[in-house]
Design a protein. Sequence first.
Length: 398
Amino acid sequence: MFEHIQPYAGDPIFALVDAFNADPRPHKVNLSIGIYFDEQGRLPVLPSVQAAEARILAAAGPKPYLPMEGDAACRTQVAALLLGAGHPAIAAGRVATIQTVGSSGGLKVGADFLKTWLPEAQVWVSDPTWDNHRAMFEGSGFVVNAYPYYDAATGGVRFDDMLTTLRALPRRSIVLLHACCHNPTGVDLSAAQWDALIPVLRERELLPYLDLAYQGFGDGIEQDAYAVRALADAGLTYFVANSFSKSMSVYGERCGALSAICATAAEAALVLGQLRFTVRRIYSSPALHAAKIVAHVLGDADLRPMWEAELVAMRERIAAMRVALHARLVALAPGRDFGYFLSQRGMFSYTGLSADQVDRLREEHAVYLIRSGRICVAGLNTGNVNRTAEAMAKVLAG
């Protein structure tokens, strides 16, 4: 029956994690997977989340199926986090938010929905983007193309080339955009660039699809939502998938959401109905515990400021590791420009290392990166940052 099936080559990131776990060298460093580790190299358990879970367990209530769209309190809190409490789009009923199985679940639900209702559209993703973006939309039957984004020569954005490409797209093309903390490059559009991009999206009648997996890890909760709010203020119709895996350190709980900001309340009601139907055809309903964590942390007067302070601490630790890595590399390899570590935002940076250099880092120095040269800065700490810099300098020296 299944002899014809091709073997699965494996996911390159998870395969690296397996190799890292099997590596007996005590000084090994894992900078491959997009997970935030604390100063001791551990996955943190946030006090705000612990307090929320204690309340959830103390209530000891029944555990029914959630509705297809998820928990109402969770959905309300998510919309307010994205757009700001009391935003006119929320007040007008133009926002359709569903709770999803992580932001990956949100991306998949949205992709299936769009393939049903915009079947002739094609999808455009940044060059480069998170590998699973392409796979998810192709899995829903879309043709996936790339628009210019990262400029290897400057470490910035090829913004003029990006605009030129988007201006030539067919109307109702779907454009996937990273709202902040671009994965894998760490290079974000500035507020001014978003302001210049939005008229192009409107004039070409393009559908923006924002991925917001790292809100709070760039410049702050409010600042990182700039694109989400600017699109809403401009009256555009768009989707945004967001995640709490990193910001609440609840990776395995799969806390995510998908929101559609529509032109009218009537459209939002239609979209919500069909999103519910799409969920029903995939996984029926999302996780109860995940919903309660999000609703408690975001909606409680005591837990919300506690969580925001914890998020600040995580963001500042990542920034400190960027500064430390940059300083050590500048000292070890004078004449080379490592300024990108300071200008990029979030958990990731593009190092410019070749695949062969990445292999040498792993084989000779037990420093694990994915072969594109992307580094997860959140895997660094004061105990491994200098050795990582020294290994990178040796590899760069040839």
